[in-house]
Design a protein around this ligand. Sequence first.
Ligand code: NDP
Length: 423
Amino acid sequence: MDNKFSHFYQRSEDQRRAIIADAAHLDETELQLLKHRAETGDAKALIENYVTAYQLPEGVAVNLTLNGRTVVVPMVTEEPSVIAAASNGAKLASDAGGVTATVEPRLLMGQIVLQNVSVFASVDDWVALHRQQLLDVAAAAHPSLIARGGGPRRLRVRNLGDGFVSIDLFVDVQAAMGANMMNTMLEAVAGVVQSQLHPNTLFSILSNAADQSLATATVSIPVNHLATSQMAGKTVADRISAASQVAQLDPYRAVTHNKGIMNGVDAVVLAMGNDWRAIESAAHAYAVTNGQYRGLSQWQVTDDQLVGTLTLPLPVGTAGGATRVLPVAQVNQRMAQISDVSQLMAIVVAVGLVQNLAALKALVTTGIQQGHMKMQLRSLAMSVGAETPAEISAVTTSLTGKKDPSEAAAKRALQEFRMEKDD
Ligand code: NDP
């Protein structure tokens, strides 16, 4: 093994970059880019082996009316069209009175898994008998949570088969996502289980399923609001409803349907400094609740209204994790005027719903590519070196309408624009 990387974590930032540059043959410009970005990087100690700050663009979705309040939604994404579509869907919803979101009282679940259990009932009975003792041990492991009004609430025991048993602990984690708090409590309880009940605990960790942390958004839009120059509003509404039905029937479509929802969800979750992998895994597990992977949202036409609903497990936090460490995440919370975690959950699920509305409407009317292409051409222009708004505009104008806008064509358009400018 290459020993250049030995004790890498103990090196200074400059040393790490130099080692990488040497190993990967980075040139001076590339090395300087890493260094330059690192100069304004936040929370360097948040991760290990830090070398630079990777930037993603942040924009805001506008036009969202949620529970009667106008919300500006910060979104971090690398995908063109996502924010435009969210704003577009939000406007359709706002013109019809806005999105309503409800948040259920939430609990996080964690598990202590035992192995080689021969008699399930012996564990089940013991936990029932020692319930209060175990809840007290969990509470004592994170007393500040109790002071905040949260803490362990209940226990459950499940027989997983093959000698595996899960002791599930449910905790009110208040405004945090709660992963670390939960894991601390679980390990404390596992210590008692191990010493008093069963010597063979396999592991203790939260479950990311988060099905006790649900938020639901609904919107009702008069069908005539959906009319396009080519299609009557009722036709558009019926086609959106049919597309939503396909996502209930066909897992292949459901995955794409849900990816569109997560375009909005992840962008907000990321902007708020939250763990988007946790949200992703919870959402996809929830999509398969009834044994088949299905679309997370549903759209139906009732009388003259298109009614949409989306329920998501949202184990997000407004405290803890990176939320208070990343300064821009703090500003973003303020931008969206979030004062408690339920509001964050409401915003995320609402954005998922309006994102889905905009995507479905485009899909069943003009097709997804028309709106996307404009933004994709901007990306293409930037990828070949267009920097100023004038250069980006010149390249996209030149490529618009071309059947197959290629990188070579974009480069040519940029060169031509620059040559004309120099003349
Ligand atoms: P923390 O470990 O940061 O714990 C929450 C912190 O928030 C505590 O320090 C708590 O303070 C503080 N806090 C301040 N105000 C509140 C409030 N109103 N309610 C609750 N807590 C408050 O974060 P989490 O436990 O939320 O864990 C989230 C992190 O864990 C994320 O970074 C995630 O990526 C990571 N993680 C995820 C895993 C997974 O998903 N499988 C596994 C392991 C980690 P005090 O101590 O005073 O109570």
